[in-house]
Structures are given as C-alpha cells and as structure tokens.
Design a protein around this ligand. Sequence first.
Ligand SMILES: [Zn+2]
Ligand SMILES: [Zn+2]
Length: 320
Amino acid sequence: MGFKLTAPLWTAEFIFHGTGNSGSVPNIECLTATLGDHDQPCRTCHAALTPEGRKNRRRNTGAIIRLRRQNGTEMTVVIDVGKNFRESALEWFTKYGLRKIDAVLLTHAHADAVNGLDDLRVEHGRIFPIPNTTHNSTPASSHLNTPSSNLLPPIHFGERKPSDGLPYFSMGFVLVDIVYISDVSHIPDYTWDWILAVKNMQYTALIVDCLRIKPHISHFGLAQAVATARKLGAQRTYMVGFSHEILHDDWERLGKYFQNSRTITPSHGDTNHTITKAVEDIPKEPSVWIRPAYDGLRFLWDSNGVIQDLNSEFNDNELG
Ligand SMILES: [Zn+2]
Ligand SMILES: [Zn+2]
C-alpha cells in the first residue's frame, strides 16, 4: 500500500512580476510630503526605500508563468504589462534567466495592465493580446495545453459608477490549475459556476485582488479576498494589487491570522491599531492559507498539484 508516485508531466514556475496597484508603491507624493508636527510619514512608502522593507516596493500587478513539459519544451506566458513592466523585466528576467515571451494575456485595458506593450515590440515578435470581450479559449491560453486551461468569463470589475450603466469587465484566467483574478470588485454567479465546473478537485492556487483593507468601487478589500479564498478552497491564496495603506508585514500578520485563527496584535508603530480593527467584522473561521504576494516571489507547481516555494520564508510546512 502507499502512494504511487508518478513523474509530473510538466512543471511550472509562477513569478509575481508586480503586486501593486495602478499608482504602484512607493507613492512619490508620500516621499516628498512636507509634514507638520503631528503628521506621520507614510510607513509603507518609506519602508519601500530600505533593503529590509523591499517587499513594500510594488510595481503594477502582473505575473510570469514558465511551463516546462516532460519532453523538454518550454513556454513563457506573461499576464499584464503595465506602466512599470520594463523595470520589472529588467529585474526579474535577468535574475531568473527569462528571455523569450510566448504569449501575453491582458486582464483589462488600463495603463497599469497594457502600457508596457510597446516595450515588448522591441524584443518579441509574437504577441497575442486578448481583447476584454472574448469568452473563449485563445491561442495563448490553449498553448498551455491542458483540459482545464481556459479563460474565465469576464469578472465584474465595477470601475464605473452603477448609474453609468454597464460594469467594466476585467478578465480572470484559469491557468492549468491556478485561478488568477487580479482586478475585481464582484465575481458574478455565472463566473463562479464556470470556475467551479472546470475543476472538481482542489485548485493549487488562487491569486486574488486586495487593494486595501476596505473594499473599493473597482477592487476587493480584505473581507472579499478572504471570502473568495474560502469559497474556492485552493491550497494557497496569494493576494495582489496592494496600495500603500499598510506594510507588507501587516498583510503577513493578517494572512497568518486567517490561517491559524489566532489573535492579532498591531505591529510596531501602528498607533491606530489598523490591522486589529481590520479583522473585527470578518469571520475567523474557516481557516484558509492566505498570504500577500510581493514582487519577485516565485513558486513551483506541477501536474501532480504539488506546490513548492522558491523563496525561503514560506518553506516551513505551513500547508499542514
Ligand atoms: Zn505612501
Ligand atoms: Zn487598472
């Protein structure tokens, strides 16, 4: 008796090339502010400038997926190329040995998702922009070549005020067995039906929008991100799209709180007890593995659904 181990048909690497909001972090306004006697400088933006606070430095949200098949072929898909993509590529392509981009998926047609397209023109001839309106599998996503590889129906992204009529749609993606939803304020039932029908086993990971603690007209806040993580029940959930409201370390504390249902104490310098208040109206249970992603974070997964972090801080068997 025992488990039968089969060699994975493929392994894939997931890299967060950016994890910030459209303005990105740090915010120049915070760094150049003239403070009065009682004003506090922005902790996150100032921390972002220090080596130990580098996880607070967040470029426009996006990802890189490098898929390696058993036969040795490789393909690289990039999700979103926003305003800071060139800067991100300079850092992560050189650090992680990336060179060729086979396809680019776009979640929505805002500067924070598409303004880097022009920089791709120089080096990469073959790009498949995905229009926001398509519901179908595209050449780019079908290249991932698994039955579950497909595009999500558009996810409601309430950019416009309701009185303006139609909502603004942003795309989410199911990439093999990872669900990627980076810009969202509401996931309609038909999208949930689709996500849950694609895979009747546990998803390996969910990447989900979380701009700040409170919800925003066009983005999830903490409560929505946690509720989505619980509803999908993926092995792991990584939050992305952060503003400068709280420190990366505070997002970590919030993530651990929702995994372990323990008490939470404000971090040093958090005189407003921001994170203690943040969890007040959110149910403690059920437990969920949820953490903030940060720029440059990488994890590996394979066709057996095994997930492994390439950055040391999560390699502590927290999966349980
Ligand atoms: Zn700031
Ligand atoms: Zn946007």
